[in-house]
Design a protein around this ligand. Structure first.
Ligand code: IMP
Ligand code: MG
Length: 194
């Protein structure tokens, strides 16, 4: 294999992990349970699943295939992290128009709930400007920290500690999203170019 291919492959990225928290099989099984819970909670209704870009795309792709309901999908683009491991504390909406949610049963997905600012800002904006019939949230990971704003996800996959994680959609400086597992990045990788 050429050096270029090696440098860009997920296998190369694995070496940057201190440890794997959730492997592919574990994630798949938990998402199947979440999909089953959503399918039963919304039985007989149609839902709109809105994922937060970019981090929520893998979670959305896997979760929607475990939901047995009529649905539409959409996305919303926000930024709260600006390259590092610390949130800027400010949520910026990067789209002029929000998804059409009027009168709909909305479930907003994100990769992780950390300070809570991102999900809270999205829920507030969709409620205020979109007039959905209902709105709930689902995240793959819920960090067990004190939130900056009072919000908990209606559905979550796993609870984790305060560590900075990557993979399965989660990035560090835009990288590692394609890792099929969730893992803790080696300390020495933070601050260096992956
Ligand atoms: P919150 O607004 O602080 O809840 O942060 C949510 C956003 O921050 C998520 O959508 C992630 O993009 C990002 N984030 C929070 N914690 C981590 C982490 O441990 N690794 C990678 N991204 C994270
Ligand atoms: Mg994100």
């Amino acid at each position: 294999m050429s050096a270029t291919i090696m440098a860009n492959s997920p296998a190369r990225y694995f070496e940057d992990l201190d440890r794997v928290l959730f492997d592919q099989q574990t994630i798949r099984e938990r998402i199947a349970e979440m999909g089953a819970a959503i399918s039963s909670d919304y039985l007989g209704r149609e839902v709109v699943i809105i994922t937060v870009l970019q981090g929520g795309i893998l979670f959305m792709a896997d979760l929607i295939r475990e939901i047995d309901l009529p649905m539409q999908i959409d996305s919303i683009s926000v930024a709260s992290y600006h390259g590092g491991t610390e949130s800027s504390g400010k949520v910026t909406f990067q789209q002029k128009q929000i998804p059409d949610v009027e009168g709909k049963e909305v479930i907003v997905l994100d990769d992780i709930l950390d300070s809570g600012r991102t999900l809270a800002a999205i829920v507030e904006k969709l409620k205020k400007e979109g007039m959905p019939n209902s709105i709930r949230t689902a995240v793959l990971l819920s960090k067990q920290i004190e939130r900056a704003v009072p919000i908990e996800a209606d559905y979550y996959g796993f609870e984790i500690g305060e560590e900075f994680v990557v993979g399965y959609g989660l990035d560090y400086a835009g990288r590692y999203r394609n890792l099929p597992v969730v893992g803790v990045l080696k300390k020495e990788k933070i601050g260096s170019t992956p």
